[in-house]
Design a protein around this ligand. Structure first.
Ligand code: TXA
Ligand code: MG
Length: 337
């Protein structure tokens, strides 16, 4: 099929694709999503086919306002509204009990559903025009880094989706924070644009799912099914070097092979002259690191590097999300220095 390009002004035309059961590339503040009408099981199945996504990995529903929660969810705790009041629209997904009207293909048969109300103005215009809950995973081929601009999404999806809307580069750059509100205490399943520290300000105690910080063994099932897959992975193997930045840079310099590439903070790029190097921004600028991390991982796919070395960021604030994405890209192959 030919993938139609829409400008950020053409949200009405783009929304028609959703109403007609098609697949639409949608900009959000986190990453680009691959959207379909979340109430149309056939349309949703096509998302899985286009991405090559395993059927047991549920999708999240995107809604224009928090008062849509009641349409699709039941037993909604007061904490959901407290979080919505503080962080919606924005990069937060809540796991809640679902109503039977949500198709099984969306939730992969789970009795819960992920709900998110995005803040990107173009995304909001599309949701409002479509007047539908939009099921949308990240717009990458399954296993590849998530796309943070239209060109990256087209690299994976050109010819496989009906249309895509250009909303510019994503302002957050990593996927939404996922918090499960069906358990006590609430549990962080995926770190993202809303930080763990911010969640705790509203919720008090928040548990951190083990899949966030370590590789699960074959028999273990994470609560967010998607967290079990080797993910965000460029084609070459990645090693994360965790520790004080000058130390990790020195370690990489000592161990780097001739054909290896580096992902590092802006201050250290000069140490790796002659190697393919991707800066993720200044070491103190965590928001910039979040915006750049997926592009840095993607950049190496066009090169012949044998191995990629990455400086591990401080795992606090949004740095926890950046660190999680790099660690996952590395299959949790982490060296502490
Ligand atoms: O920022 C985002 O969340 C982006 C944009 C497009 O909104 N979307 C996104 O979707 O990252 P996806 O499908 O790539 O990641 C959703 C994650 C997966 O790991 C999935 O397993 C988990 O959410 N998930 C979805 N529904 C769930 C549920 N009911 N219970 C637990 N985890 C769930
Ligand atoms: Mg994804």
């Amino acid at each position: 099929m030919k993938t139609k390009r829409f400008t950020s002004q053409q949200t009405q035309e783009a929304a028609r694709i959703l109403a007609e059961g098609g697949l639409l590339g949608i900009p959000t503040e986190t990453v680009y999503g691959l959207g379909a009408n979340g109430l149309d099981a056939d349309a949703v199945s096509r998302i899985f086919a286009a991405k090559g996504r395993p059927q047991d990995n549920p999708l999240i529903l995107h809604i224009p306002t928090a008062d849509w929660l009641e349409r699709y969810c039941t037993d909604i705790p007061a904490t959901a509204y407290a979080l919505a009041g503080r962080f919606w629209p924005g990069p937060l997904t809540m796991i809640l009990r679902r109503k039977p009207m949500v198709p099984d293909v969306v939730t992969a048969g789970l009795d819960t559903v992920g709900m998110r109300c995005p803040s990107h103005p173009v995304c909001r215009a599309i949701l409002t025009a479509a007047d539908l809950p939009v099921a949308a995973p990240s717009g990458n081929t399954s296993g590849r880094p998530s796309p943070t601009n239209m060109a990256d999404m087209l690299e994976d999806m050109d010819g496989k989706i009906d249309g895509i809307v250009d909303g510019g580069p994503c302002s957050v750059g990593v996927e939404s924070t996922i918090v499960d509100l069906t358990v006590q205490p609430p549990r962080l399943l995926r770190p993202g644009g809303v930080t763990l520290e911010e969640l705790r300000e509203v919720l008090g105690e928040v548990a951190v799912d083990e899949a966030v910080t370590r590789l699960l063994s074959a028999g273990e099932k994470p609560r967010a099914p998607g967290m079990k897959y080797r993910h965000y992975a460029p084609k070459a193997p990645v090693t994360v070097v965790q520790g004080e930045a000058a130390e990790s840079a020195r370690y990489i310099r000592r161990h780097i092979g001739d054909q290896d590439g580096v992902i590092c903070f802006a201050e250290f790029t000069h140490l790796f002259e002659g190697h393919p190097v991707e800066s993720i921004g200044p070491k103190a600028d965590q928001a910039e690191q979040a915006r750049r991390v997926f592009d840095a991982l993607r950049a190496f796919d066009g090169t012949e590097v044998e191995q990629i070395w990455a400086q591990g960021p401080e795992p606090s604030g949004i740095g926890l999300a950046v660190s999680n994405r790099l660690n996952k890209a590395a299959g949790f192959h982490i060296v502490e220095v």
